[in-house]
Design a protein around this ligand. Structure first.
Ligand code: MRU
Length: 325
């Protein structure tokens, strides 16, 4: 992948402004942890693993700038509430001495790359030749430090000659599918078709969809999974149509402190992001929209979870992960 979501250069963090894709490639330079919190909040950088890595570099900037570290940690963690990778990465930074923060941020980033590759290997085994795969939101290199989670699995299965086509959900209202996943699939030269979110049922009913695979932002101990709004609906549709529904989950996204999905905090974003699109008003000014950015898919609708350690049934997640190193 030629375009990285973020890079550390000359003691600054350069963050790709994903809001401008696919039309423009532009990086924002973050000099302070406040800058980093802002690019997470405004969704220049997004995707659970990527915001974890970027927040780790935010802590490295705070240490460099001799800022109070607890305050910096709280600010970064509050930038977005659902993806647990953010708090996971910041808390991990606080366990090492500040002089080692940059090294630790680099380690978190390197590990994410390795985890992506391992997930891709394990997940690709789930696919048979000529699979038509449906995915939601963006889970590719742009959302991680590596090849991606669900999109990494799709990429590896494609290399193995198993993927015929990918249906890409547009993913309203932020259009991560249309703007980011389709863009990445073009570069990966993987055949794909963009569909609006409300077309998924139609295609499951009228054409072959072999599997759905998505990423996740926080998985509870019982396997309930928070991911981009619209994921739960897809899982219900997949169940009805007998289509396997897979979740790609780095263990940094597992939150064993949370017992079930009902305790996962769901980010509510602004009504404006639904009522307007890039400055164009698409509903009456007086209309207020709802905008939960994520929903929770119950474990019983998930066929299997792909982790860096292998593939596991959601019900077995807790005991299985605890046994792993
Ligand atoms: O709001 P976003 O774009 O940060 O949401 C991203 C998702 O929901 C992804 O599916 C999830 O973070 C997994 S990314 C590898």
């Amino acid at each position: 992948m030629a375009v990285a979501a973020f890079t550390w250069r000359h003691n600054r963090l350069a963050v790709l402004d994903q809001r401008l894709l696919p039309r423009q490639i532009k990086y924002t330079l973050c000099r302070t942890h406040q800058d980093v919190a802002e690019v997470i909040r405004n969704m220049s950088v997004r995707g659970a693993p990527a915001i974890g890595c970027v927040a780790a570099y935010g802590m490295a900037l705070a240490a460099r700038n001799s800022q109070p570290l607890k305050r910096a940690a709280d600010l970064l963690k509050a930038a977005r509430p659902t993806a647990v990778n953010l708090a996971w990465a910041v808390d991990r930074m606080l366990k090492v001495p500040p002089s080692k923060f940059l090294e630790e941020a680099r380690r978190i980033t390197r590990e994410d790359l390795a985890v992506n590759k391992a997930m891709a290997r394990h997940g690709a085994r789930l696919f048979r030749k000529n699979s038509v795969v449906l995915t939601h939101c963006n889970t590719g290199a742009l959302a991680t430090a590596g090849v991606g989670t669900a999109l990494g699995v799709i990429g590896e299965a494609f290399k193995q000659g198993k993927v015929k086509k990918v249906f890409v959900d547009e993913t309203r209202p932020y259009l991560q599918g249309a703007r980011l996943t389709a863009w990445e699939l073009v570069q990966m030269r993987i055949p794909h078709e963009l569909i609006t979110d409300n077309m998924a049922a139609h295609f499951m009913n009228t054409e072959k969809v072999s599997a759905v695979i998505v990423g996740c932002d926080r998985v509870a101990a019982n396997g309930d999974t928070a991911n981009k709004i619209g994921t739960y609906g897809l899982a219900v549709l997949a169940k009805y149509h007998g289509v396997p529904f897979y979740v790609a989950m780095p263990t940094s996204t597992l939150d064993l402190k949370i017992k079930s999905g009902k305790d996962i905090p769901i980010e509510e974003r602004s009504s404006d992001e639904v009522v307007n699109w890039r400055g164009i008003q698409i509903a009456p000014k007086q209309t207020k929209a709802r905008h939960p950015a994520f929903d929770v898919t119950p474990a019983r609708l998930i066929t299997a979870i792909v982790t860096e350690h292998g593939v596991v049934k959601p019900q077995d997640l807790k005991k299985w992960i605890i046994r792993k190193p």
